[in-house]
Design a protein around this ligand. Structure first.
Ligand code: 5AD
Ligand code: SF4
Length: 474
């Protein structure tokens, strides 16, 4: 698998020193990164933060006073794109007050055809732009901007097969680490822009992944999430007889007190070996995100998902036979071109049968350059109506499930103070449910037992067990 050479990466470290030098007379400098989209983008932003930190910028949560702002965009749905553009418009006003400010746009959106040219022409205050394949060259791009004063636009040169190792990274969450195991996607689901903007599937070498896991754990991570657009095809084209199940087993073998999750899994590639490793390894969270997209065979075919509804249901049965308590979550698209009421009801039927812990449902959004964008579209009102009906079905089931937890004691990884009520701590259960409860700061980062006193659809409320305060977590 082509890897960007060490000397090319070293050259970027040299650019980082040069930017630091240019900035050395400017006093304290701050950077603000706004990230849209999935965890892969979050992980990319952590690398951007790592590089900016080495260039002398403090990463802050405040755009107003930033010296550089990077907008890491998503292209999966139109909504994310329009939000990114409206935010760019807001930053224009900030730059008017602070002309030295650098504004950069990167991520999946800028890699699409025509977007870079449009931004160059219509957004004169955007100083730098780089596509996902150019992210590792950010130091060089920023250096060129600072040293020449010219705008630098590098949407991508089709280097999608290359992997950049050895970039610095600053994690945004102390207890959770997102570690990429593979990039890109070869599935070409007909609605999806990802294969077009993130390129072909390629896997990181296992040693690189394992080194990242050990480092994250030694820095205090308690939960590792292995990331990839399609983790189940990890290793294709790289190893003959080493796949994602092997990698997961090796990750679990690392020393330390941590749990492991992974996403995203394509149902067509979920092997029985992977299910056995999940079931056998105590470190693997018994939680799985398994995108269904649609419960109708007709729609699944039009989406190019390759499996049928019965295959999906049989897979769920095999998974539950191996792990009876597993928490399942899924992605569903409603309003795909040609979806009939009957097709939609097939989706609702699967949702009722599987009883997911959570579903992420999306209204189909046509994406330029994908086959489904050229199919005949459904009226918006129909899409919204189905979306609302699906959410209502799921919410009712979730509330009933959560109510069933009242009175029980659940293990929670404490994340920090609740954003909405700082008197409370907030954390998540292994199943991914949010729990709010009162307690001291010293519990942050720990796994403790919480007795659930009250349940709502999206959150649980509870109280600490006395034993948690004595340090004897569940
Ligand atoms: N419209 C709506 N949802 C989409 N997704 C991907 N492409 C589209 C689209 N064009 C959803 C899928 C995928 C999730 C990350 O986003 O459900 O699993
Ligand atoms: Fe998109 Fe399908 Fe690849 Fe997921 S598997 S990234 S939905 S093309």
């Amino acid at each position: 698998m082509p890897r960007i050479s060490e000397s090319q990466i070293q050259a970027q470290y040299d650019f980082m020193s040069r930017v630091r030098e240019i900035n050395s007379h400017r006093g304290r400098l701050a950077a603000y990164i706004k990230t849209f989209g999935c965890q892969q983008n979050e992980a990319d932003s952590e690398e951007l933060a790592g590089m900016l930190t080495l260039m002398g910028y403090d990463i802050e949560n405040d755009a107003e006073n930033a010296d550089i702002i990077l907008i890491n965009t998503c292209a999966v749905r139109e909504h994310a794109e329009s939000k990114a553009m409206s935010i760019a418009g807001r930053f224009k006003l900030l730059k008017a007050k602070k002309p030295d400010m650098i504004i950069g746009v990167c991520g999946c959106m800028v890699t699409q055809e025509g977007v870079s040219a449009n931004l160059k022409e219509k957004y004169p205050y955007v100083d730098i732009l780089f596509g996902t394949s150019e992210l590792w060259r950010m130091p060089e791009i920023l250096y060129t901007r600072l040293s020449t004063g010219k705008r630098v636009f590098e949407p991508g040169k089709g280097r999608y097969s290359d992997i950049a190792e050895g970039l610095p990274s600053v994690r945004s969450d102390r207890y959770r680490a997102y570690i990429s195991v593979m990039y890109g996607c070869d599935n070409f689901c007909t609605y999806c822009v990802v294969p077009h903007v993130r390129g072909r599937e390629r896997s990181r070498e296992r040693e690189a992944v394992l080194a990242d896991v050990r480092k994250a754990v030694s820095e205090g991570a308690r939960e590792i999430t292995l990331l990839g657009q399609n983790v189940n095809s990890y290793g294709h084209g790289l190893y003959e007889d080493y796949d994602f199940a092997d990698l997961l087993r090796d990750v679990c073998a690392a020393d330390g007190d941590f749990t492991v999750r992974f996403m995203t899994s394509h149902p067509k590639d979920m092997t029985d070996r992977l299910i056995s490793v999940m079931a056998a390894e105590p470190k693997v969270s018994k939680a799985l995100h398994l995108p269904l997209q649609s419960g109708s065979d007709r729609v699944l075919r039009a989406m190019n998902r390759v499996y049928k509804r019965d295959d999906y249901l049989a897979l769920v049965s095999r998974i539950r036979a191996a792990m009876p308590d597993i928490a399942l979550t899924t992605d569903i698209i409603v309003g795909f071109p040609g979806e009939t009421e009957e097709d939609f009801l097939d989706t609702v039927d699967i949702v009722k049968r599987v009883k997911y812990d959570n579903i992420y449902s999306f209204i189909y959004s046509p994406r330029r350059g994908t086959p489904a964008a050229d199919m005949e579209q459904l009226p918006y009102e129909i899409k919204v109506d189905r979306y609302q009906r699906l959410i209502a079905v799921q919410s009712e089931m979730e509330l009933a499930f959560n109510r069933g937890l009242e009175g029980s004691t659940i293990e929670v990884l404490v994340e920090g103070r609740s954003k909405t009520d700082t008197d409370k701590l907030t954390g998540r259960t292994e199943r991914g449910k949010l729990v709010h409860f009162s307690g001291p700061d010293c519990l942050i980062g720990q796994r403790i037992g919480v007795r659930i006193t009250h349940a709502e659809t999206f959150a649980l409320y509870g109280e600490l067990l006395d034993t948690s305060l004595n340090g004897s977590a569940l």
